[in-house]
Design a protein around this ligand. Structure first.
Ligand SMILES: Nc1ncnc2c1ncn2[C@@H]1O[C@H](COP(=O)(O)OP(=O)(O)O)[C@@H](O)[C@H]1O
Ligand SMILES: [Mg+2]
Length: 155
């Protein structure tokens, strides 16, 4: 586990960008944290590092947005609306095993669909500072352990 504290929206985007430089086809990133924690903000930084210039907006209502103009495709998902199930109908396995990187907000609502290997990132708000966040990286699987080791060296 690797923890990193940031003090601004821009700093969260920079960490997202660092992760964006390390992901590969088939990478699966789970972003957890409350509403307003910074999951979508993190994804914007990740997208920019992939070379995606399109504006990244929350896929809250569409569930999945695909961006294909970068180094590898980005599949950005927000499955909050699946809190009562239905994740089995999204064909997530194909995204997770696909050519792009899958970034999932609220992954706890599709737990039945989780692959065996993924990188979990918790974004925790601070009780005392509006702009501070603690990012907790928990790799599951060897390639994500390697990714987090590299990330820790970059930050
Ligand atoms: N350190 C920070 N990291 C990320 N967002 C921050 C930070 N400080 C303030 N914010 C603000 O918090 C909000 C996070 O929103 P968003 O990324 O949409 O959250 P989520 O997707 O987790 O619901 C944005 O308005 C952002 O500007
Ligand atoms: Mg969001």
């Amino acid at each position: 586990m690797f923890k990193y504290t940031v003090a601004s929206d821009a700093a969260t985007q920079q960490v997202g960008a660092a992760v964006g430089r390390l992901v590969q086809p088939g990478s699966v990133i789970f972003l957890q944290g409350d509403l307003g924690a910074g999951k979508t903000t993190f994804t914007k930084g990740l997208a920019s590092a992939l070379g995606i210039q399109q504006y990244v907006k929350s896929p809250t209502f569409t569930l999945i947005r695909e961006y294909t103009a970068g180094r590898i495709p980005l599949y950005h998902m927000d499955v909050y609306r699946l809190e009562n199930g239905g994740g089995d109908e999204l064909g997530l396995e194909e995204y997770f095993n696909g050519d792009g990187v899958s970034v999932v907000e609220w992954p706890q609502f599709i737990e039945d669909e989780w692959p065996t290997e993924y990188l979990q990132i918790m974004i925790n708000k601070s009780a005392t500072n509006d702009e501070q966040r603690e990012l907790v990286f928990q790799p599951h699987g060897q390639r994500y352990e390697a990714l987090v080791t590299q990330l820790a060296q970059m930050l």
